[in-house]
Design a protein around this ligand. Structure first.
Ligand code: FAD
Ligand code: FES
Ligand code: FES
Length: 1336
């Protein structure tokens, strides 16, 4: 055992300052250390598993052998602080700050409008900064690659990439194919289109303002660390923590000794497997061994037979080594190396690739390893060392975990030998993941075939698959059987049958997607088969004919391309005064603070005296009686102060149907049963795991919409809108179709998880809360109800939220009540920050929807009758489900007039966590059903879906189905502009031509129109207030009722106040939203923030200006400061409230009519995609959006909202899949399982145009654009459907097929039915319980 008691000092540098930690704890991550110990809170926590990049820092190390300094990006959440001895860490604070000097990277991210909520921004800065430290003149591809491991939920990435690209050498016009060169459009231009009369601008920022990048100004590497690295008397280091010990070896011998002494201790290299295993799988290791930097693990030797790479190389260094080998050696020798290089480009993100090592990767033997199957196929060997040395093959025995072929306790992987391939050998790596990069493969493969020289006779075949079992598996029996056979179609057929017989994936396999995964086994093989035939033909074209031209497209995976685009908006009227900022692309008010990490989010607030952290214990059953809660073990743990249950709630535990702490019964998995308050979060979490809860299941357990319908389980009554005579019309149409569309839910995935600081007051039962919310009043109400005190005792402060998207409308109130009860019980301030997994589990998201339709139409495509029924999965409590449902019914006609129209909807009550508001509020789900029946009608009429859309679109001033009058003229303009400017028809023809020549890849185009409603059919929900103080120095403090969620609301409010008061924006300060300054504020949602608060701010400013008028009249040439001074001397009040009563909307559900919405936002989007029919991948080639912005108060903010919403919508409709077990448990609870778009998903070309119209009802004739772009993301879904339809047509399949959302790789692949899908055996659904079930 450990003879250890004392600890060495841990020495490293952070931002140039030396850190000497006397008591380093091996269980502490760098992220925790930065945030909690050093109080450097710019580095953010968002996932804790290396998957989001919010915690990116730069680590620099000196290599004593090469005398070089190596800078690399790392996710601080996975870096054990003990691993940093001798390293220099740079955080966003070290890059630059507003207080000292902002760095060009920070400045450009801010000025290019690359931040919205700002939570991801420090991570983005660090990724670009690290790239520039290594490559001061990067290529656009390097910028995109550097950002691949960073998630942003707000911006849609385009402006972030653009900020990075400003450091690249300017290239020729990148807007290839669009016909609109972006460089030529730096200046204002007047487009030829008759519809766009105003001068249009394209410049959202001014490059001339940027400071130049001067690499010589970067901080130097600390000389002390160089001395430490070169110190010949270095010795083993021991860091002794409370529960664990870290042993850092300095020589290979030392390492071997440690491995011998502690054979079960992990050898921590990149910690990208060990770290997540500890955190998420509950592994515990009393001892860690570290060997970072040992020169013996860092060698690269190129020998005659191949290359030997030291196990200590990071995957990024492995890429560099392989690249240099590929450039030196002839192509036939480097097939394995090139296959590895391709796999490395998409393996995780740049940070993980820089941390993870080759040895760690190989030794882990993960089933989804991207490298091991290729290494095995390429016949790599592993060099092991312990007391002796040995080589073992990296083969099926090793990968499948056979004990005799595995590492023995104490052994270390010293290096991996990768043999060169030969002329008659072919090696490939193939994979399919949910998204292009930073996503583990669903199935991957490494394949190799060796032919007898000069022939296509198989001498040796190796097929390895990952993702189809607990380990990487080999189809070795099939491979053996095929030796001696020719590489032809017959062999391929036998190989397919052999693999299906050999690689068994049970129907209930964890991970689900069983049919898809089985199909991928064959699809990937087929791709390999074709590439080998191609290779043979290149070797000897006479003997081996090439593959058919039509099949070529199967060979190439979609490249990751640097996105680009043009943003067009109306120029400001030249007559507008220069100092008036309205209409200008003003930078986000907090952008520089975001980029420097100085913007304070709730969890960045310093710890308070006696503060406790809160961890949750949630239900593991969907519907059960709670028979006992045993807290004894939890309470006995160190640091634990209290376990809080329903019994501790002094007031109401059930407020408006929302339950704070479950009492006798749980109604979903993830319901909060109790919380644990402790001195640290680690203690609270540990104790939470020890709370024992006994349950007794209750029937029925309802998880899906279908089950809810069976049990008649609803949250509220049906809502209906009807016009015309539907039944009569069905009798007088040419054709009737019926169909069903499923749209699954969506996780908000705001980057800042729900975070609350609840501070009990010393007097009068007061409670102060700091939190990120869209609805402080609601929080106040719920906390007051839980504590049984008047609302006046509860103060909610909201400075900013790190994204919200509807997820912070109602849920913060529930969580704040939970925290407030804990604060009340303990008397301590409570910090309650949900971990990503808990946040996803507890707070739920967008409602899954089932739509059923019956449509009657004429041969011309004119729809005469529609009967549509919607069901949403509301979950277990009311939340906002009824309102969402009402919106669905009202909005679901979208842009179409159907004279005989009936639409009904119901919100189902199920035992899932309660779904809630989400950007678009039901519209993005419901309109998929509408556009699906448009496409289906088109297919039946032999028309394009766009033609049917056009035929049925509103064309003149009309009444909606609920009898609200509106003028659709801007809709027509957006639609016509969109089709024209995107060259829809020409590109549609080109896509068809492409499809005719390409069997396995198909292109699809879709254009969708949109009529989006703004606001809420309840008038009092539109009221808003503002409070404006002018101080005697002329500075202004502005407060209003809206919340800053990243959408730029405060920025626009400052613009409004600046115009109204006639002063520069720099005079105006806007700090926070609070129930103390503006009471009874309504929620910030429904795209109404600027509309209603803008009017209130305007009102307050106009009141003040009215009061100042006499002073100004008397001294018209005076300055603002003089007027204010004078006004004060004349006892004129310099503080005013402003108020906006709201739009007078109404809805009478009994009469099925009303003026439900103040106005509509119109838009249209055209998208082109290419799909890979074999793998199910898709690539977004181009999107053109035309959005009716009326007059944009801030084009940069509005375009940012449109692009961000579009990309979020695209995620909803393509990559984002929530997986629930049939028992109602959410499987997908983190970045590993849930895939929001990354930078590589966005359109290669992304053009946005703001279309000008009038909207006199709103402030400055503007329109609310926060949500509308979301639905336009469905153009991607319909473009994919168009491409899939092309594939199906060619294969002679049904022209109509069932569309569902998301169009994931699984959906795409399984819809492109072919000989491979036909080979897959289907399982009898009654004979097994699937791993996951659809809940819509
Ligand atoms: C966010 C994220 C995304 C990822 N995406 C992908 C992906 O897309 N594709 C993919 O293939 N992988 C992916 N991975 C997995 C990643 O490749 C592995 O975690 C990584 O390669 C492990 O290397 P490491 O140095 O971090 O190992 P560690 O975590 O440090 O160690 C892992 C194990 O290996 C052992 N070990 C380490 N080095 C040696 C050695 N030299 N000799 C003997 N034993 C050793 C340790 O004892 C330990 O048990 C991802 C990981 C993360 C966190
Ligand atoms: S918090 Fe570290 S990568 Fe997400
Ligand atoms: S700005 Fe990127 S997550 Fe909000």
């Amino acid at each position: 055992m450990l003879p250890l008691s004392s600890s060495d000092e841990l020495i490293f540098f952070v931002n140039g300052r030396k850190v000497v930690e006397q008591k380093p704890d091996p269980e502490v991550s760098l992220l925790f250390y930065l945030r909690r110990v050093l109080r450097l809170t710019g580095t953010k926590f968002a996932c804790g598993e290396g998957g989001c990049g919010a915690c990116t820092v730069m680590v620099s190390r000196y290599n004593a052998m090469s005398k070089e300094i190596h800078h690399y990006p790392a996710t601080a959440c996975l870096v054990p602080v003990c691993s940093l001895h001798g390293a220099a860490v740079t955080t966003v604070e070290g890059v630059g700050s507003i207080r000292s000097r902002i760095h060009p990277v920070q400045e450009r991210l801010a000025k290019c409008h690359g931040t919205q909520c700002g939570f991801c921004s420090p991570g983005m800065v660090m990724s670009i900064y690290t790239l520039l430290r290594n490559h001061p003149n990067p290529t656009p591809e390097q910028v995109t690659e550097a950002l691949g491991g960073n998630l942003c939920r707000c911006t849609g990435y385009r402006p972030i990439v653009e900020s990075g690209k400003t450091f690249c050498e300017p290239t020729a016009c990148p807007a290839k194919g669009s016909g609109r060169c972006c460089l030529e459009q730096e200046e204002e231009e007047e487009p030829g289109s008759p519809h766009l009369r105003e001068k249009m601008c394209t410049k959202l920022y001014d490059r001339d303002e940027f400071q130049p990048l001067d690499p010589s100004q970067e901080p130097i590497f600390p000389p002390e660390l160089i001395r430490m690295a070169e110190d010949p008397s270095k010795r083993r280091l021991t860091f002794q923590g409370a529960r664990t010990t870290w042993l850092a070896a300095v020589t290979l011998q030392d390492l071997l000794q440690l491995r011998a002494d502690f054979p079960h201790a992990p050898l921590v290299m990149g910690n990208t497997t060990v770290g997540p295993d500890i955190k998420f799988k509950g592994e515990f290791y009393p001892v860690f061994i570290s060997a970072a930097g040992l020169p013996e693990l860092r060698l690269v030797n190129s020998e005659d037979g191949g290359v030997i790479v030291g196990a200590g190389h990071s995957l990024a260094q492995l890429s560099d080594a392989l690249r240099s080998i590929v450039s030196e050696q002839p192509p036939e020798k480097t097939q394995t190396c090139r296959a590895l290089l391709t796999a490395l480009r998409t393996l995780a993100g740049a940070q993980i690739r820089s941390m993870a090592t080759l040895g760690g990767h190989v030794a882990t033997r993960a089933t989804i390893s991207d490298l091991n199957p290729i290494l095995a196929a390429g016949k790599a060997t592993i060099h092991l060392i312990s007391k002796g040395e040995r080589q073992i093959p990296l083969d099926s025995a090793f990968l499948e975990g056979s004990p005799e072929a595995s590492l023995q306790p104490g052994e270390v992987v010293l290096s991996v030998s990768i043999p060169y391939s030969t002329q008659w050998q072919f090696v490939s790596g193939l994979r399919q993941a949910q998204r292009h990069e930073n996503s583990m493969a669903i199935v991957n493969a490494g394949m190799s075939v060796q032919f007898e020289d000069g022939t296509s006779t198989i001498q040796d075949l190796q097929l390895f698959y990952g993702g189809v079992g607990p380990t990487v598996v080999s189809a070795s029996r099939t491979c053996r059987q095929l030796v001696g056979r020719q590489w032809d179609d017959q062999t391929l057929g036998e190989a397919c049958q052999g693999i299906l017989g050999e690689v068994h994936l049970p129907p209930n396999a964890p991970g689900g997607q069983v049919q898809f995964r089985r199909t991928l086994l064959l699809s990937l093989l087929f791709k390999f088969y074709l590439s080998v035939r191609r290779g043979l033909s290149r070797l000897d074209p006479q003997k081996f004919p090439d593959i058919p031209e039509q099949f070529m497209s199967a060979l190439e995976d979609f490249p990751i391309v640097t996105p680009q685009g043009i943003q067009m908006f109306q120029c400001v009227d030249p007559r507008q005064p220069l100092r008036d900022p309205v209409g200008h692309p003003v930078m986000h008010q907090s952008a520089l603070k975001h980029a420097t990490g100085e913007a304070v989010f709730v969890d960045d607030m310093p710890p308070l005296d006696r503060e406790l952290s809160l961890a949750v214990v949630t239900s593991t059953r969907a519907h059960a009686k709670v028979t006992s809660i045993d807290t004894a073990e939890a309470l006995a743990l160190p640091g634990v102060v209290a376990v809080i249950t329903a019994e501790d709630v002094p007031g109401k535990n059930n407020h408006q149907g929302e339950i704070f702490y479950a009492q006798s019964e749980v109604i979903c998995v993830g319901q909060i049963v109790c919380t644990v308050a402790a001195d640290t979060y680690a203690h609270a979490r540990e104790a939470a795991k020890r709370v024992q809860i006994e349950y007794e299941d209750i029937e029925p357990r309802i998880v899906t919409v279908e089950q809810a319908l069976e049990h008649n389980s609803f949250l509220s009554p049906e809502r209906k809108i009807e016009q015309g005579n539907v039944e009569w019309a069905f009798k007088h149409v040419d054709q009737i179709i019926e169909g069903e569309v499923h749209v699954e839910g969506q996780e908000h995935f705001y980057m800042e998880t729900q975070s609350i600081l609840a501070i009990p007051g010393d007097e009068d039962k007061e409670m102060v809360l700091h939190l990120g919310t869209q609805f402080p009043t609601h929080v106040q109400e719920f906390v007051a109800a839980a504590l049984n005190v008047p609302r006046s005792r509860i103060a909610c402060h909201m400075r900013r939220a790190g994204g919200a998207f509807g997820g912070k409308v109602t849920k913060p109130a529930l969580l704040a009540a939970v925290a407030a009860v804990a604060a009340h019980k303990t008397g301590h301030p409570i910090r309650f920050v949900l971990e990503r997994g808990d946040d996803m589990l507890i707070t739920a998201g967008r409602h899954p929807l089932l739509g059923r339709y019956k449509i009657g139409f004429m041969k011309s495509g004119l729809i005469k009758a529609a009967d549509v029924q919607f069901y949403i999965n509301g979950g277990c409590t009311p939340d906002e489900s009824q309102l969402v449902l009402e919106f669905i019914v009202l909005k679901s006609e979208n842009a179409y007039y159907i004279p005989n129209f009936r639409c009904r909807g119901r919100a189902c009550k199920t035992n899932l966590p309660s779904n809630t508001a989400f950007r678009g509020f039901g519209f993005p789900q419901a309109t998929v059903v509408v556009e699906a029946y448009m496409a289906s009608v088109a297919a039946h009429c032999g028309l394009l879906p766009e033609e049917v859309r056009e035929i049925n679109m509103y064309k003149r001033t009309s009444q909606t189905a609920y009898k609200q009058t509106f003028n659709p003229e801007p809709l027509r303009r957006c639609w016509v502009e969109c089709l024209e400017q995107s060259s829809f028809h020409a590109r549609k023809q080109a896509a068809e031509d492409f499809n005719g020549c390409s069997y396995w890849k198909k292109r699809g185009l879709a254009a969708v129109p949109m009529k989006f409603t703004i606001g809420i059919p309840i008038a009092y929900y539109h009221q808003a207030a503002a409070l404006v103080h002018i101080y005697l120095d002329g500075s202004v403090l502005l407060t209003h009722s809206g919340c800053e969620l990243g959408q730029g609301l405060h920025t626009k409010m400052i613009q409004v106040a600046s115009r109204e008061l006639g002063i520069p924006t720099s005079y105006i300060h806007l700090s926070e939203t609070s129930t103390v300054t503006v009471p009874n504020a309504v929620l910030t949602a429904g795209s109404m923030g600027t509309d209603v608060n803008g009017k209130a701010v305007q009102n307050a400013c106009q009141t003040l200006m009215g009061r100042l008028q006499p002073v100004i009249r008397r001294n018209p040439r005076g300055t603002w400061e003089e007027w204010i001074k004078k006004a004060f001397e004349e006892s004129i009040s310099l503080s005013a409230t402003g108020y906006f009563r709201g739009y007078q909307t109404n809805m009478d559900w009994d009469r099925e009519q009303g003026d439900a919405f103040p106005y509509y936002v119109y838009g249209a989007a055209c998208t082109e995609v290419e799909v890979d029919c074999l793998s199910g991948a898709h690539k977004l080639l181009r999107t053109d959006i035309f959005m009716d912005a009326a007059f944009s108060i801030n084009p940069a903010v509005d375009i940012g909202q449109i692009e961000g919403a579009f990309v979020q919508g695209m995620g909803l409709y393509t990559t984002e899949e929530l997986k629930y077990s049939p028992e109602g448990m959410l499987h997908s609870r983190g970045t590993n399982d849930y895939k929001i778009p990354t930078v590589s998903e966005i359109p290669e070309e992304f053009h946005v145009t703001l279309v000008h119209s009038r909207n006199p009802i709103a402030i400055y004739s503007s329109k609310g654009l926060g949500e509308a772009g979301m639905f336009l993301g469905s153009s991607v879904l319909f473009a994919i459907a168009d491409a899939v339809a092309a594939a199906r047509r060619e294969r002679g399949l049904d022209r109509t097929f069932t569309l569902s959302s998301p169009a994931s790789p699984e959906w795409i692949r399984m819809s492109c039915v072919d000989q491979f899908t036909d080979m897959i055996p289907w399982d009898d659904p009654s004979a097994f319980t699937p791993w996951a079930t659809r809940v819509s």
